[in-house]
Design a protein. Structure first.
Length: 222
């Protein structure tokens, strides 16, 4: 049986690391966590020892005696894991296509939200980051979450009922909305609260609170 090691960055800041970590935890996939503090001397060299892209996260699959397999990029890792854990995507084909579409949109979009409301679990910045572009991103996310819950959410509190890769992809957005105290309509607030209540996410947040490193580039509001 393969053994998994997930190479991640700082829990306070690394939204991309959170995504596969949370998916694996909720799905009950055992793995070893290897955390590398980012933007320190030697950080890139440590990451390159596992990830040819030089970025986190990276899933290292021990297939001894065969060579280890490295899978990098959050969405690629989740897709790889879903091949052996299909419950990570919705069962129904249309819902699965919808979930993949919004996951890909998260993967490639929302640049203004990322720039002006970066993930920072330890801080609270109410009212900050409300640029025109960020507000447009928030509006799109609210409409997306509301639509998913209305069309596919009958089986549970998450976007497609039960937890899926789509929820892992948007968990950092839930944390951003918490940090910047974004007002949400009731359906979206209920969804965000369900994500925040996940025990693995509470574990990640507790670990982030104890990290000693502060990265100035992710602290635009002091």
């Amino acid at each position: 049986m393969s053994g998994f090691t997930l190479v991640i960055g700082n829990k306070n800041y690394s939204s991309w690391s959170l995504r596969p970590w949370l998916a694996m935890k909720v799905a009950g996939i055992a793995f070893t966590e290897h955390r590398i503090a980012l933007y320190e001397p030697g950080s890139r060299e440590q990451i390159l020892a596992h990830s040819p892209a030089g970025k986190v996260p990276c899933l290292v699959v021990d297939r001894a005696p065969a060579p280890a397999l490295s899978v990098w990029d959050s969405l690629a890792i989740c897709e790889y894991l879903a091949e052996s854990h299909p419950a990570l995507w919705p069962d129904e084909a249309d819902a699965r296509a919808h979930a993949r579409s919004i996951s890909a949109e998260m993967h490639s979009g929302f640049a203004n939200l990322r720039t002006h409301m970066s993930m920072n679990i330890r801080k609270r910045h109410p009212g900050k980051g409300r640029t025109e572009g960020a507000l447009a991103d928030i509006d799109r996310i609210v409409r997306m979450w509301s639509g998913c819950r209305a069309a596919h959410g009958a089986g549970g509190p998450f976007l497609f009922g039960r937890f899926s890769v789509a929820d892992a992809m948007y968990a950092p957005v839930v944390l951003r909305f918490r940090t910047y105290e974004v007002d949400l309509p009731p359906t979206c607030r209920g969804y965000a609260d369900a994500v925040l209540a996940l025990p693995p996410l509470r574990e990640w947040m507790a670990d982030a609170a104890t990290e000693p490193q502060t990265l100035a580039q992710f602290e635009p509001y002091g």
